[in-house]
Design a protein around this ligand. Structure first.
Ligand SMILES: NC(=O)c1ccc[n+]([C@@H]2O[C@H](COP(=O)([O-])OP(=O)(O)OC[C@H]3O[C@@H](n4cnc5c(N)ncnc54)[C@H](O)[C@@H]3O)[C@@H](O)[C@H]2O)c1
Length: 398
């Protein structure tokens, strides 16, 4: 059987996990890598055992054997690279965020839809079996009418001022930092599980560490910082944010994100309460789903293929008691992406749980509304109307 050829552009922290997941599939070949220079591409190709190393992303896109392009570059490069891949008729798997803002996201969504290529955003927490089980429970009405959705996504790897990532530079990360970087994951997960959209937001953004010290190159995510301090950088984008939210289905809620909160490693949590019961899922205890009641004892459901919903079972790889982890959920998303590609990438063939550029665009609309809400002193801001205004204004200036 001829394998599907893929190439990866941007061989940093998350690229390794894309490659691991693709290699686990078996029917996809990692053909090439492109980095910021020929030297960096060569070094990564050696380290990751990839045959072809390209100096520029366009060279990789032009390789006729590459059918699928994975875009794992810093945010400011997402638009140009994904657009070039779509123009060449390649399927695109972009890491989040889709682009720098909703206007760019909309253009990418339209271009990919028109080209008929698969367009995927790796909102990887959707790939957790107990997330899919929770989603089935909500959709099946087991919680009763929903009233409250809350949670957080908290990390600590940017606590030290000597950690300076491209994420803190608005030209490279976008005008928002923590909300775009990890808030996008939380919002996508919440809307995916709740099955309803956030219609309005009220946001409060804070920069806890306004001065950072750059060692001349971007710190890789989750590293502890380089102490060979060379330059002071003033940071304006947020590293902490709290947001009140209202869903279209009437539920209310809130979430916080922060990347400077000591002790929090990859602490994403989602809790949903209905009138009958509540659910809570924590990424750092991802093999458990807490189910709470007011009239009977609470319980903790352990991930087990025998007990999850039919829709969730395909995301479980091991029997009960065998712990699955972050990279298994990531693999599930990549497997869905390649199943879509193998099935022709038509809209009807898309696996239900797979996030596309439509979801990437949606996350930008939410974050644009949060930034606008904060800029106006913490005002309730409608998501759709705001994003429509922002996208139209930006498209008119292009
Ligand atoms: N899904 C997730 O859970 C997750 C986790 C981490 C990062 N991400 C996303 O993945 C993307 C990359 O993040 P990261 O933490 O891996 O960043 P990183 O800085 O570790 O890696 C980025 C890579 O892109 C390379 N690069 C820079 N310019 C380039 C160019 N012109 N052509 C090709 N390569 C170039 C850099 O040299 C580096 O190797 C970001 O958009 C981020 O939001 C997603």
């Amino acid at each position: 059987m001829k394998k599907i050829g893929m190439g990866i552009i941007g061989p940093g922290f998350v690229a390794t996990h894309h490659i691991d997941a693709v290699r686990r599939l078996g029917n996809v070949e990692v053909l090439a890598v492109a980095g910021s220079t020929q030297e960096s591409a060569d070094a990564k190709a050696r380290e990751l055992r990839i045959d072809r190393a390209y100096e520029t992303y366009q060279d990789l896109i032009d390789d006729p054997e590459i059918q699928v392009v994975h875009n794992t570059t810093p945010n400011y490069l997402h638009y140009a690279i994904s657009m070039a891949a779509i123009a060449a008729g390649k399927h695109v798997i972009s890491d989040k965020p889709l682009a720098m803002n909703s206007a760019e996201g909309r253009l990418l969504l339209d271009a990919a839809s028109e080209a008929g290529v698969a367009h995927v955003v790796t909102f990887n927490y959707r790939g957790n079996p107990l997330i899919q089980h929770a989603r089935s429970m909500v959709a099946g009405g087991e919680l009763g009418p929903l009233c409250f959705v809350h949670g957080h996504y908290l990390q600590d790897w940017m606590t030290s001022p000597s950690v300076y990532s491209w994420r803190s530079d608005p030209k490279k990360g976008g005008s928002s930092s923590a909300l775009t970087d990890i808030g996008s994951h939380w919002c996508d997960l919440a809307e995916h599980v709740v099955g309803s959209r956030i219609k309005a937001v009220l946001a409060d953004l804070t920069t806890v560490v306004p001065v950072r010290y750059s060692a001349g190159k971007s710190a890789e995510a989750f590293t502890k910082g380089d102490h060979k301090i060379s330059a002071e950088v003033h940071v304006e984008s947020e590293d902490l944010a709290s947001v009140l939210i209202r869903f279209e289905n009437g539920a209310k809620g809130s979430f916080s994100v922060g990347q400077v909160l000591p002790g929090n490693k990859n602490n994403i949590q989602l809790e949903i309460s209905g009138r009958e019961s509540s659910l809570r899922w924590q990424q750092e205890r991802q093999n458990e789903l807490w189910i709470g009641y007011h009239d009977q004892p609470n319980r903790v459901m352990a991930k087990d293929p025998a007990f999850v919903s039919d829709g969730a079972r395909r995301y479980v790889h091991l029997p009960g008691g065998h712990q699955e982890a972050w990279s298994d959920a990531f693999f599930n998303v990549i497997r869905d992406a390649y199943e879509w590609i193998s099935a022709g990438a038509g809209p009807e063939a898309k696996p239900d749980a797979l996030a596309t550029f439509a979801d990437g665009y949606r996350a930008h609309c939410l974050i644009d509304a949060m930034i606008a809400s904060h800029a106006e002193g913490g005002r309730w801001t409608e998501v759709e109307s705001h994003s429509a205004r922002a996208a139209t204004a930006s498209l008119q200036t292009k």
